[in-house]
Design a protein around this ligand. Sequence first.
Ligand code: NAD
Length: 488
Amino acid sequence: MSTIVQNPKAKSFETRLFINGKFVEASDGGKFDLISPGTGEKVVEVSEATEEDTNTAVAAAKAAFPAWSALSPQEKGVYFKKLAVLIRESHAELAELEALSMGRPVSAYFESFVAAQTLDHYSETGYDIMGASSLNQKGYVTMTMRQPYGVAAAIIPWNVPVGFLINKTAAALMAGNTVVAKSSEKAPLTSAKVATLVEKAGFPPGVFNIISGHGPVSGSVLSHHMDVRVLSFAGSSKTGRLIQEAAAKSNLKSVLLELGGKSPAIVFSDCDIEKAVQKTAFSIQFNSGQTCMGNSRIYVHESIMDAFLEKFHKALTVASGDPLLPTVNHGPQVDVIQYNKIQNYIEEGKKVAKMTLGELPLGHENGFFIQPTVFVNTPEDAKIMKEEIFGPVVSVNTFSTEDEVVAKANDTEYGLYAAVFTKDISRAMRMAKRLEAGHVGVNCTSPTTFPDVPFGGYKSSGTGREGWKQSLDSFLETKAVLIAVDDE
Ligand code: NAD
């Protein structure tokens, strides 16, 4: 355990690796500094998993696999139910830890509810895992068996850490795999806290390992590991490509990738403009714009652009400040790297488009705060229209026809989420069909999504789908069994 520096409410919190049911320091004693984005000051030092630690975690998971995969769904479900209760009880602490590490305001913390709900769901789904049988072939009974891969790895980002940690690992574990999860170096504290709850819930040693560290070393070791048979990743498209490459160079492990986005929202003149404004503004401001599906490109019909913009600017009025304060709804960007990256994009934007909102000093000089920033009528080929900014920066452009806006909306390598605001149901359905995105919201936009709909991206926004109906499948092999039957 390490002593907390910043948070006066908590005395200490976990910062070690959870391997084979025990909390351990890194084998070489290595640690990295966690900086609070709200103040720019060091919060604490966190264990940095070495290659040896990562290999030890995979070996522990491999050793635990036979016994875990032999448990009945009901037996596995008991641990899930306990963990769900413990996560719900830890809501306030998880919210504070996230505010300290990645700056999400405690007022906007929701992940404990989503994670607990996901665990409750999977605790009851194990009996759905089954193959099929057929008498189609004369002289044979054929059947399929669904079986776990063995060791599954989860590599998660910092923007929704507990949500991703549980979403990926719950499905893998209920399918019978054992798991090594790596948290993000930018938000390691809630994953380490969840590790203490995994221990309390009594998961057998080695079944659910949680380590912390940077991409190189531990993330890279996991993605190259010959004993990791399936890997579920959420993060940037750049890292996703590296992971796909590592899988190809090692054991062709099955890889699920949830990557970046540049999501369009299209606002037609017949929509409820108040709702369109409120929802599109929330989408780009929520989590200080650090949402993979945030609508960072808004296309507004030319006839309502002025009215839309006036309301949109007002809707982007934020209460920024210390994310631990319940009155704050706009926290800092996650770290100085992300802050500088966003500022560079804003400078790029100013060269090519009119900035109509942004750059007010938010009054917290040492933190990494950025005011919601709006550019208007940005050229379609500008950098800020093509690249993921991952901050509270949005371009609002006009359009006149459906064909024109579909072409513009689809002119991106990303395809995570698209939104359409219109009261015309036929137009909405035409758009839903034509937009190249894993999600299409009609009269709603991101972050609206539900656990029982598939989540994932078209094009370079990812491969595979997650969701209550999809995820178990991603962690199961399929075996065909052919039984020759003597007729006599
Ligand atoms: P990132 O790619 O920098 O890091 C994600 C994780 O990968 C971290 O745990 C990191 O340590 C690890 N990593 C880094 N280099 C690695 C390597 N070479 N090998 C293995 N692992 C490595 O992404 P981030 O900055 O943490 O998150 C922001 C990005 O994630 C954005 O692009 C966002 O759009 C995307 N994202 C996507 C989804 C989705 O569901 N589609 C959800 C959340 C975030």
